[in-house]
Ligand binder design. Structure first.
Ligand code: ATP
Length: 355
């Protein structure tokens, strides 16, 4: 029986629409190769551009519509010059995480070719881990606050709740079970009470998963180990802002932001998007690397969890890997000369060769 998946497209701002175009192109190449699977795509305007148009970057009616889709693909959102009166950037991707309760930020880090890592001696596949970032609380909990112009001090609160931590850890343990069964908790339990609590809850949840090997690392040491021994990591689970920072560091190990896909996963909804921002410095120039977006499409297909969509994901992962074997197949961020659509075409051509 045919299954139609309804996918909402949120191209957003800056390079978002440029990489989204490649995502749609690839999805339309993969679709006819999947038995009985169809994708119905519908685009919505969300982001800094929508704020300039309507005064609301994520209109309530749009949010309600988005809840009805099987999955959401997002390009990138926010522009430095478009801000709330408080001075903070318009970031509806963060609102979406909170509104749709997308608590697990799933960020795979995989090296597709030895050329693309600044580290020595790493071949394709030898860096391969996932950062699971808590996405609904942590230090970002304070992001909606503000301060008076004459303020002499400002305090942000790191909120860690048992409920959010337990579900995050269970997600990470279950993920580790599908991989190499190793999970590293990254925290700052030696300094902050909220982090000591985070670790305590982790230890409790760990008892439910005795088959998964665990380690506990302070975030400063984790930054060191990620550079010294990235091959030793399988799944890393951490607090919101630590995950924000470490995932950029981790992206640098495999070629930068253009190679870093992500999924914001909840129990009912999920949003898939490149981990990078709207990159206004290169927007509109055809320079953006679309790979992070294309790998995010693969993550979405995996998450849809039908045998045929999972096969579609495999087609995309293999296409990226085959395409990247040729060192000339690179956008400028990786030292190449291809445009966004030229690299997108090459990856789509690889996918078109799949059975
Ligand atoms: P955010 O705060 O939304 O994460 P940001 O301002 O920290 O965004 P990005 O927009 O991710 O940062 O950009 C960081 C750097 O990486 C910029 O120099 C940008 O040009 C580069 N970059 C980001 N995405 C890509 C991409 N897909 N291809 C090439 N370069 C990219």
């Amino acid at each position: 029986m045919d299954k139609t998946f309804r996918i909402a497209l949120l191209p957003g701002d800056g390079i978002g629409p440029e990489v989204m175009k490649e995502a749609v192109k690839l999805l339309r190449v993969v679709e006819p190769r999947l038995d009985g699977v169809r994708f119905e795509l519908e685009e919505f305007s969300v982001g800094a551009g929508e704020y300039l148009r309507s005064g609301d970057p994520l209109p309530a009616a749009t949010l309600e519509r988005l809840r009805q889709f099987d999955a959401i693909l997002l390009g990138a959102m926010g522009l430095p010059a478009v801000r709330w009166p408080s001075g903070t950037e318009i970031a509806p991707q963060l609102d979406l995480r909170e509104q749709l309760d997308l608590y697990a930020g799933h960020r795979p880090v995989r090296l597709y070719h030895a050329h693309d890592t600044p580290l020595k001696r790493y071949e394709a596949g030898q860096i391969d881990f996932v950062i699971v970032r808590e996405s609904t609380e942590g230090l970002f909990w304070s992001r909606k606050g503000s301060f008076a112009p004459d303020a002499a001090e400002v305090t942000d609160t790191m909120r860690i709740s048992r409920a959010a931590s337990e579900r995050l850890f269970r997600y990470a343990f279950r993920l580790a079970r599908t991989r190499r069964r190793r999970l590293a908790l990254v925290d700052k339990a030696n300094v902050l009470p909220s982090m000591a609590f985070f670790r305590k809850v982790f230890d409790e949840v760990a008892r439910e998963f005795p088959d998964v090997e665990t380690e506990r690392i302070y975030v400063d040491a984790a930054s060191l180990y990620l550079v010294q021994r990235p091959h030793s990591f399988d799944v890393i689970v951490t607090e919101n802002i630590f995950g924000d920072i470490l995932s950029d560091l981790a992206a640098a190990l495999v070629g930068g932001m253009g190679m870093a896909p992500s999924g914001d996963i909840g129990d009912r909804h999920a949003v898939f998007q490149p981990a990078h921002g709207s990159a206004p410095d290169i927007a509109g120039q055809g320079k953006a690397n679309p790979t992070a977006m294309l790998l995010s499409v693969a993550m979405m297909l995996e998450w849809l969890a039908q045998p045929e969509t999972v096969r579609g994901a495999r087609i995309i992962y293999d296409s990226v890997e085959r395409c990247f074997r040729d060192p000339a197949h690179r956008t400028p961020d990786l030292g190449g000369r291809l445009s966004t659509s030229e690299l997108g075409d090459l990856i789509a051509e690889e996918a078109a060769r799949a059975a």
